[in-house]
Design a protein around this ligand. Sequence first.
Ligand SMILES: [Zn+2]
Length: 235
Amino acid sequence: MKKAVAFLVVTWLIFAACAAQAATPSRWAHAYRYGDRTQPRIAITIDDWMYPDQWLPEFMAVAEEYGVKLTLYPSGYNLHAEDRTLWQAALDAGHVIGSHFYQHKRLTEMSAAGVARELEKFQIALDETLGYHYEFLSVRPPYGAGLASGGNGKVGRWIHGAGFDHIVLWDVDETSNLKTALRQIKNGSIVLMHANHRDLLFFRSLMEALQERGYEYVTINELLNITSRIFYVED
Ligand SMILES: [Zn+2]
């Protein structure tokens, strides 16, 4: 009996050790431009949000009409407690929020500490706006600056150091010419728009035109299977 128990304990210890090694934090952040090209799913992402009271209900109305779950990337300085009901309504509708950092400055002109501070200030502004802690999972650096070579350059390392590995860029940012956008959008696309009048009108025409393709419009977290801030890799 004692032997059997000892065997079980040893087996469990080996299993636990293996399980602990099965996934370790990645050394680098990942800069995504698109998701799985084999699945008919795309993500619509909308940045900046200078006037959420003006544009959020409008974008949400189009999203609801076409069954779109949006990913919203506001800059921290645009987040205010007086807009709480607007942001909460967006979350209640299944949209998600990510960070477009705080001041909307180029991260290339900052330092590791500056980037960490930007994300910290964003989190504080977001939590004060919502009235509780919201665990955003992905970040979108202003202008996509400093990420041309992916997540393991200087900016990617700073973001990783601040505790975030999912850097979301885009493969489509055309919001003037519908034909061009339709040509560029494919399975897995990440579409970048901004919260303004022109892009709102474009969003509506785009959704109308895309109807025949039968895409599913999912959040970034769903498109890229993001479930935590840090990326874990299998050993
Ligand atoms: Zn921006």
